[in-house]
Design a protein around this ligand. Structure first.
Ligand code: NAP
Length: 306
């Protein structure tokens, strides 16, 4: 049989990839985890996580990520900082192309996660100058100011509640007349006297010379347009898969999330996907962790039968 550099390569060090790595290291697989940025994934910018079992008081996303990384490293998992350029995949050969070398592996778990979706209302121009995707990072810059938050899902509502610790007022814009977020979050948002929800409303642009001074909005039912005076604009309208290196061989859904079976296997034998990059009905830390564990077990079985 051909020589391989690794039994398993994992791409992405969020909760899915770290869990996959912990299981692989415990199984004494020859495993490498690649992470292009800071290990931890999206939870490192999540203020507070209260639905991950084992932490009855809740835990900050940063602290949870730190614990997962520590556990993985103590288990002997090797984590390398490297971005994946592309993949060469077929039934017998799996290659991961990095900037400085190409590595071969018997099996592969893609756990590269997802990133915030943009609306095209000036994100590139105003990033760091009033537009943000991260309340944990930027909320303190808006102390006693007015901000606009956009979205109706868990992220928009949870992070808007977090913003109220700092800001004077949050206009929460949602394009429909009902929030998508969990009921408990909705109850908290409705109870906050700092959050004003603007229903059926979308943002059409922002204005300001050096930073944000106003957000242009339109009511989708009445067509009414106006400008909200605001110093910041937080955008939480969902996520897109981090799939730029994937190529055309792996089957995805229409948005680019990877399709898998119940064992997390993609259309290519020995190639698995786990966590937010997967075409999954729920994107949570708990589901990512489960995906990672299942993917490693499946990869182990796959290798045994090679
Ligand atoms: P999401 O659930 O996909 O919600 C995105 C929101 O943005 C939806 O309300 C959507 O409106 C709105 N939206 C999408 N495109 C838009 C556009 N072009 N213009 C205006 N509004 C737009 O995304 P998310 O809130 O980031 O959550 C992602 C995943 O992480 C979910 O599975 C969520 O449960 C999970 N999460 C969980 C927690 C928690 O459990 N505490 C916290 C954060 C995230 P519609 O409702 O009309 O589609």
């Amino acid at each position: 049989m051909t020589d391989f550099d690794y039994d398993l390569v994992i791409i992405g060090a969020g909760p899915a990839g770290l869990t996959a790595g912990i299981y692989a290291a415990r199984a004494r697989m020859n495993v490498l985890l690649l992470e292009k940025a800071v290990p931890g994934g999206q939870i490192i910018v999540t203020d507070w996580i209260e639905n991950y079992p084992g932490f009855p008081e809740g835990i900050s996303g940063f602290d949870l990520a730190e614990k997962m990384i520590l556990q993985a490293e103590e288990m002997g998992l090797k984590i390398e900082t490297a971005g994946v350029h592309s993949l060469n995949l077929d039934k017998d050969k799996k290659e991961v192309v990095l900037a400085d070398r190409t590595i071969s592996t018997k099996s592969l778990i893609i756990a590269s996660g997802a990133s915030p979706k943009k609306l095209g209302i000036g994100e590139d121009r105003y990033m760091g100058k009033g537009i943000s995707f991260c309340a944990t990072c930027d909320a303190p810059f808006f102390k006693d100011k007015t901000v606009v938050a956009i979205g109706g899902g868990d992220t928009a509502v949870q992070e808007s509640i977090y913003l109220t610790k700092f800001v004077k007022k949050v206009f929460l814009l949602h394009r429909r007349d009902q929030l998508r977020a969990a009921k408990i979050l909705q109850e908290r948002a409705f109870a906050s006297d700092k959050i004003e929800i603007l229903w059926d409303t979308v943002a059409t642009g922002v204005e300001g010379l050096f930073g944000i001074e106003g957000v242009h909005v339109r009511n989708v039912k009445t067509g009414e347009e106006k400008t909200l005076k605001a110093d910041g604009c937080f955008i939480w309208v969902g996520t897109l898969p981090n799939a730029e290196f994937l190529g055309d061989d792996i089957i995805t859904d229409e948005y680019g999330f990877i399709r898998t079976d119940g064992r997390m296997e993609t259309n290519i034998p020995g190639v698995y996907a786990a966590g937010d990059i997967r075409d999954t009905p729920l994107r949570q830390v708990s589901t990512a962790v489960g995906d990672g564990a299942i993917a490693t077990l499946a990869a182990e079985h796959y290798i045994e039968n090679l």
